[in-house]
Design a protein around this ligand. Structure first.
Ligand SMILES: NC(=O)c1ccc[n+]([C@@H]2O[C@H](COP(=O)([O-])OP(=O)(O)OC[C@H]3O[C@@H](n4cnc5c(N)ncnc54)[C@H](O)[C@@H]3O)[C@@H](O)[C@H]2O)c1
Length: 358
């Protein structure tokens, strides 16, 4: 752990670092790690799903600019004099949101372009892009690929048949990567796309599966509703691992490059809820499988060979450990929304109207 901290300090101490979408769930954890490494951070966020309260632990050490990064003048101000840019701002939510908001998801292509253009014009040396596992071809994530681990080369722009992303959100992220590569080619800057896999942890909201399931369990819903049959798998990745991987990728990779930031463990939704029930020392009598709800691909987990070789690091938090930390935080910081509110939040972006404390 100490070795990682000293690598990050060597890479970021004294550097000017911009984080777009830095008031988000992932962005606020990334900002904490980079502040700890000695970076001088400027956060830009329109607060559409980000929350200023997420930054309360580092409020005095960061500059926050509020505005819409699709506006070139605001993007220019946010990128001024920055050395490294972490670009996380996006219209994004859980499966319920991305399946029902395709137009908002494709608008990310415009947002990415404006941010990359402003960063290049301002002379940024490196852009680290919050890409997604949704860039991977969905034909590699079906029943027949239940134990397959997705490799970075499985989605690329140079071989026929290597682009078949997951919905408008996934295609827009893939086009974000293509745009980043174009800016690298033409302007000579470095661009690193981190393909983030299902992050969860403190400050995430109920629009995402892990927190929604915790909220339902805290509310003691019985029968306990889950989306789909519960056999779909994800590699749930504790957010501290997600942001450590992103920070190391920004420190260690140059030119244009792509790296997975996630775990290689396939966990079913049924396994996830057992961890949640264990933490709460409670179990419902019945699981209600809601087969009409959106569930996404059947299986998804990351191959970590490139992460291990190039970053000399892999995620270290187990599902049990990460879920225990997240449940503890949720119990201390949130009032569970009622069932009707929860059903609504699952299709939206910004989570509980009760502001979560940091
Ligand atoms: N959460 C995950 O598991 C996951 C997985 C893959 C990729 N990602 C990506 O990581 C990033 C962070 O996601 P997150 O889950 O922490 O929360 P999020 O999706 O809510 O974060 C997006 C942030 O961008 C801000 N934003 C949106 N549009 C903006 C605009 N036009 N101008 C300025 N700011 C704007 C929001 O207020 C928010 O703070 C996103 O790019 C997301 O696509 C997340």
């Amino acid at each position: 752990m100490r070795a990682v901290e000293s690598r990050l300090r060597a890479a970021y101490a004294g550097r000017r670092v911009a984080i777009t979408g830095g008031a988000s769930f992932i962005g606020s954890h990334l900002a904490e790690v980079l502040v700890h490494a000695g970076a001088r951070i400027t956060i830009s966020d329109d607060m559409s799903s980000g929350r200023i309260g997420h930054l309360s632990a580092i409020a005095r050490q960061v500059t926050v600019l509020q505005g819409d990064l699709r506006e070139p003048a605001f993007a220019k101000a946010a990128m001024a004099d920055q050395d490294v840019v972490f670009h996380l701002a996006a219209s994004h939510g859980g499966r319920g949101y991305i399946d029902t908001h395709p137009v908002e998801c494709v608008s990310n292509m415009q947002l990415d372009h404006t941010v990359f253009a402003a960063a290049a014009a301002a002379g940024a040396r490196k852009i680290v892009f919050a890409s997604s596992a949704c860039t991977y071809p969905i034909n590699l994530q079906g029943n027949e690929s239940a134990s397959y681990l997705l490799k970075e080369d499985d989605a690329n722009f140079d071989e026929p048949g290597k682009a078949f992303a997951d919905g408008e959100y996934g295609w827009a992220k893939l086009m974000g990567e293509l745009q980043l590569r174009a800016f690298c080619k033409e302007f000579g800057l470095s661009g690193v796309a981190c393909r983030i896999f299902t992050a969860y942890g403190e400050r995430e909201n109920e629009s995402h599966a892990v927190i929604a399931l915790i909220a339902k369990a805290v509310a003691r819903l019985d029968p306990f509703p889950i989306w789909g049959n519960g056999l779909q798998t994800r590699n749930f990745t504790y957010v501290r691992d997600t942001v450590t991987g992103m920070a190391l990728a920004g420190a260690g990779l140059d030119g244009f490059d792509v790296v997975n930031v996630g775990t290689d463990a396939h966990h079913t939704i049924l396994e996830l809820i057992q961890e949640i029930f264990r933490c709460l020392n409670w179990e419902p009598r019945q699981i209600q499988r809601q087969l009409d709800k959106p569930v996404g691909v059947r299986s998804r987990a990351a191959d970590l060979a490139k992460c291990r070789d190039r970053l000399n690091w892999v995620p270290s938090h187990s599902l049990g450990d990460g879920v225990a930390r997240t449940v503890t935080w949720y119990l201390q910081s949130s009032e569970p929304p009622d069932r009707k509110a929860l059903d609504h939040l699952l299709m939206e972006r910004s989570g509980s109207p009760v502001p979560a404390r940091v």
